[in-house]
Every structure is written in C-alpha cells, then in structure tokens.
Design a protein around this ligand. Structure first.
Ligand code: SF4
Length: 344
C-alpha cells in the first residue's frame, strides 16, 4: 500500500480507490457528512482553479487529515464536474487534473513514474545496457503530441519497436493518458441528484464562469474571418483548440491551411493556437510558416471533404445542405460568405 501523501497527490491511482473504498464512506456521506466538509470545499477549489489556472492547484499536505481531505476531494470534484454538465468544462477539468499530475511527476523518482505508467497500461522498460527509458511505439503514437517537431517519430530513436525517451517525456505521455481517461470516464455520466442540490450554488457559479470564458473564446478576434461561415468540421477543430484541447496534426493542418486561404496572417493564426496545451510560440510559428510554405519550397493547400472524412474530421451528423453541395471547406465558406453579402 502506497503512503497517504502519495495517494493525496495521485488520487486516481488504484491504491487511492482502494483506500477510499476501505474507509467505507458512501457518496451521500461525502456529500453531506460534516466530517467531509473540508473535502467538499477543496473539491470546489479544485474546480475553480480549472478555470483560473488550468491546473487543479496545490494545497498543504503536511498532516494526515490534510492528506485524507485532499484525497476525498477528488471523487467529489468529479461528481460536481458531471453536475456542471458542460463538455467544455469536463474537458478542461480532465486537462487540469492531468497537468497537475504531470507537474508532480517531474519531482518523482523514475521508479514511481514507471509504476504510474504501468498502471496506465503503458508498455515501458528501462534498458540498463543503453541507460535509457523505452516506450512501445504504439503507445507513443497514441499519446505523444506529435505535432511538435521534437515529438515526431523521425526525431526519435526506435529499436525493436520501442522508442527512447526522457523521464520528462514519459511524464508528458502519462499526462495525456490521464487526460483522456478522466474525460472518457466523465463525459457520459449522469449527474448525482443529491450533489445537484448540495452544490447548487457552486454549480451555478461555475456554470456562469464557464459561460463567460466560452464567450471570451467566441469573441476572440479572428481578423477578417467570420466564424459563422465556417463549415462544421472547422468549427469543431477551432473550438477544440480554443478550449485548450489537443487536436491531431491533420486537424491543425486543415485549419491553418484554410485560414491562410482566407487571407489570415501568421500572427492572427498564431493567436488562435495560444490556447492550446503545450503552446510554444516559436515552435507553433515555425509549424504555421511551414504549412504556409514560408520556410520551404512547398505551400500546402487546405484538404477537401474526402480527405477530412478519411481522417475522421468530418462530423457526419452535423453535415448540412451547404456541405452537400460544397465538397470542400473553402467552397463552403465562400458560398456562405457570398450568400450573406447578397442579402446586405
Ligand atoms: S462535408 Fe466537408 S465541409 Fe462539411 S463538415 Fe464534412 S468535411 Fe467539413
């Protein structure tokens, strides 16, 4: 059994779940028993930090009661997240828990990082001979942020199906596993009735803040671009990027190439990506300029509907009449633009 401090810092681990179960506290007790009042207030602190810091935040964990309350605040925070009932907030919460864990993992010995990786079903090994950490390449492809040059397979050493990486990079991979895991666990859950009433004020407050943040994103200045004319595929990619979600390379490529085709400048495009996790201005600028052909001989054209469908980026349930006649996101945008212009 891992010590209580570790469980408080990593409350999603199996040992933490076993601890909570062995303590015998029911969900209703967590929600109403005065014993857990402090855990309830930490749960809300976790969630408010999601919106203000994009990290669930640190608390002092010197004493046993502080550690226990921190640990119990985690299931409570998840319950309240479901009650908020907003996909954007659920995604932000999952990312914030994952980022918090990543920062903690950076201070841990390698043996602990390995334990967490194995619990998350990552095939990871340490080669004494080569003195290096190795991760199965399929795990790498699933979780690495390969849109960045450093993470591209071509810049990694591969041997017998394993990719060499640093402890920091392994922690970053684990961050992505946790983010996806929490998001998947919460996205289709139904709200807990008792929690809706116990946390009614806090839920309303969080919902308001989420709304304000969403509005801020919707109002992000996008130069000459009119978001209303965007086809569903690009609207989705844009919204994911602006809510701080990871977006696969093809999605980012499609958006950048499209924005270029409607004459947005590199700086205007860069501004959009500043919300993305792992945003690094210089690297992102380089990638944008590469797609736009400013750093090489080739300038890439935005992909059409067929290609976007092949990459699973066309939301078939959202296809509309304009989609059906357009065959290309750029045609879609132009059609909407000219139709609107004729009305004026
Ligand atoms: S049909 Fe084409 S334009 Fe419409 S959502 Fe799909 S990929 Fe985008």
């Amino acid at each position: 059994m891992v010590n209580l401090l570790t469980l408080a810092k990593y409350p999603f681990l199996q040992d933490a779940k076993i601890y909570v179960r062995n303590e015998g506290a029911t969900v209703n007790e967590l929600l109403t028993d005065p014993l857990f009042e402090h855990a309830r207030s930490i749960a809300i602190e976790r969630l408010e930090n999601v919106l203000s810091k994009k990290d669930v935040g640190d608390r002092i964990l010197s004493t046993e009661p502080e550690r226990i309350m921190e640990l119990f605040s985690y299931p409570l925070a998840r319950i309240v997240t479901v009650c908020v009932g907003d996909d954007y907030f659920t995604r932000s919460y999952a990312l914030s828990e994952a980022v918090h864990m990543y920062k903690n993992l950076l201070k841990e010995p390698l043996s602990f990082v390995f334990d967490v990786a194995k619990e998350f079903n990552l095939s990871v090994e340490y080669s004494d001979e080569m003195n290096e950490i190795r991760l199965l390449f399929t795990n790498y492809l699933t979780y690495a942020p390969t849109r960045y040059k450093k993470w591209k397979m071509i810049n990694r050493k591969m041997d017998h199906g394993f990719i060499s990486l640093s402890q920091k990079d392994l922690s970053r991979i684990i961050q992505e596993v946790l983010r996806k895991r929490i998001n998947n666990e919460l996205e289709n859950r139904l709200p807990h009735n008792e929690a809706l009433s116990v946390f009614s004020e806090e839920i309303a407050r969080i919902k308001n803040k989420v709304l304000t943040q969403r509005k801020k994103h919707e109002l992000l200045p996008l130069g000459k671009l009119n978001i209303e004319y965007l086809p569903p595929c690009l609207k989705n990619i844009l919204s994911l990027i602006q809510s701080g979600e990871n977006v696969a390379h093809m999605g980012r490529f499609a958006l950048v190439a499209f924005l270029n085709s409607v004459n947005l400048s590199t700086d205007e495009i860069l501004k959009l990506f500043s919300k993305a996790p792992d945003f690094e201005a210089d690297k992102t600028r380089y990638q944008i300029e590469h797609i736009l052909g400013k750093t090489g001989a080739t300038s890439y054209k935005p992909p059409g509907c067929d290609k976007l469908k092949t990459y699973g980026l066309c939301p078939s349930e959202e296809i509309d009449e304009v989609c059906k006649r357009s065959f290309h996101p750029t045609n879609y945008y132009r059609w909407k633009w000219s139709k609107d212009k004729k009305k004026k």
